[in-house]
Design a protein around this ligand. Structure first.
Ligand SMILES: C[S@@+](CC[C@H](N)C(=O)[O-])C[C@H]1O[C@@H](n2cnc3c(N)ncnc32)[C@H](O)[C@@H]1O
Ligand SMILES: O=C(O)C(=O)C[C@]1(C(=O)O)C=C[C@H](O)C=C1
Length: 245
C-alpha cells in the first residue's frame, strides 16, 4: 500500500472537538478520505480531465486552486494530448504540496507540466488561464473573501476559458436540505464510516466548510463577468459547475 492510499480512520476514536485542518495526518490519508467522502469524486476528476482537454489552448495556463494531492491536476495532465501549457497547482497546506511534489517524481507522473506551489489562492497571480479548477476548495475560503477570489480568477482568464467549481452545497428548502444531508450520511456509512466518524467529522467541519446554494454560486460567478454558468454534475449535496469567461 502506498502512503497516499492509507485508510482514513482519523475520526474513528472518540476525541476532543476541534476544527478540521489539512495537516500531515489528513494529507497522509487524503486519497482514501476524499474518495469515500465525496460522492462521485472519481467521476468528477475524470470529467475535469475531459473538460480541460477541450478548453486548454496551447501556450496557456491551467490553475488547480486548492490542489491537495493533485487529483484534478493529474487527471487533467494525463488527458490533455499536448504539453504546451503550464499547470500551476496551488495549496496552502505544506503537507499536501510536499506529497504532490513527491508524486510528480514518480515514474507514472514524471515529465508532466505540473508545478506545485505553496500559497494562499486568495493572493495568487492568475493570468493567461484557459482552465481554472476549484475542486471542493471555495467552500473552505472565508465567505467575505469569495467574491474577490472569483473576480481575480475571472480577470486572469482568457475569453472562452472555463472555470470548474465543485462544492458541497446547501438547498434553499429546509426539508430538502435535511434529506440530502441525511442521504449523504447514509452514503458515508455505506463507504465504511461509522456513525461516530460521521458525527465527529461533521462537528470538525462545522466552522470550516461553509456551503452555499447553487443560486448564490451562480450569482457570484455572473457578478464576476462569467457566463454560460450551470451545473454539469450533482449527487446529493455535492455538485460541480462550469462557467465560461
Ligand atoms: C477538499 S480539498 C481539495 C481537493 C482537491 N482539489 C482534489 O481535487 O483532490 C481542499 C484543499 O484546499 C486547500 N485550501 C483551502 N483554503 C486554501 C487557501 N486559501 N489557499 C490555498 N489552499 C487552500 C486545503 O489545504 C485543501 O488541500
Ligand atoms: O466529509 C465531509 O463531510 C465532506 O464534506 C468531504 C470533504 C469536502 O467536501 O471537501 C471534506 C473534507 C475533506 O476531507 C474532503 C472532503
Amino acid at each position: 500500500m502506498t502512503q497516499d492510499s492509507l485508510r482514513d480512520n482519523i475520526f474513528a476514536s472518540r476525541q476532543e472537538a476541534g476544527d478540521f485542518v489539512f495537516d500531515d495526518k489528513v494529507a497522509s490519508v487524503f486519497t482514501d478520505m476524499i474518495n469515500r467522502s465525496v460522492p462521485g469524486y472519481a467521476t468528477t476528476l475524470s470529467m475535469i480531465g475531459v473538460l480541460a482537454s477541450r478548453y486548454c489552448k496551447p501556450g496557456s495556463r491551467i490553475y488547480d486552486l486548492g490542489c491537495s494531492l493533485g487529483g484534478a491536476s493529474l487527471a487533467m495532465a494525463h488527458q490533455i494530448s499536448h504539453r504546451d501549457y503550464e499547470l500551476i497547482a496551488i495549496d496552502n497546506s505544506t503537507a499536501m504540496i510536499e506529497r504532490l511534489t513527491d508524486r510528480l517524481k514518480s515514474e507514472e507522473h514524471q515529465g508532466l507540466p505540473v508545478t506545485p506551489k505553496l500559497g494562499d489562492i486568495c493572493e495568487a497571480d492568475i493570468s493567461n488561464a484557459t482552465v481554472v479548477v476549484l475542486n471542493f476548495t471555495l467552500q473552505f475560503v472565508p465567505l467575505a473573501q469569495r467574491q474577490a477570489l472569483i473576480q481575480r480568477i475571472a480577470d486572469g482568464m482568457q475569453p472562452g476559458g472555463i472555470l470548474i467549481l465543485s462544492e458541497k452545497i446547501q438547498f434553499p428548502d429546509d426539508d430538502l436540505n435535511e434529506l440530502f444531508i441525511d442521504l449523504y450520511h447514509k452514503f458515508k456509512q455505506a463507504q465504511g464510516y461509522s456513525e461516530l466518524e460521521v458525527s465527529q467529522k461533521r462537528a470538525a467541519l462545522e466552522n470550516v466548510l461553509i456551503p452555499e446554494t447553487i443560486d448564490t454560486h451562480k450569482q457570484r460567478l455572473m457578478a464576476a463577468g462569467l457566463k454560460n454558468c450551470d451545473v454539469w454534475f450533482q449527487c446529493f449535496n455535492f455538485c460541480s459547475m462550469v462557467a465560461v469567461r
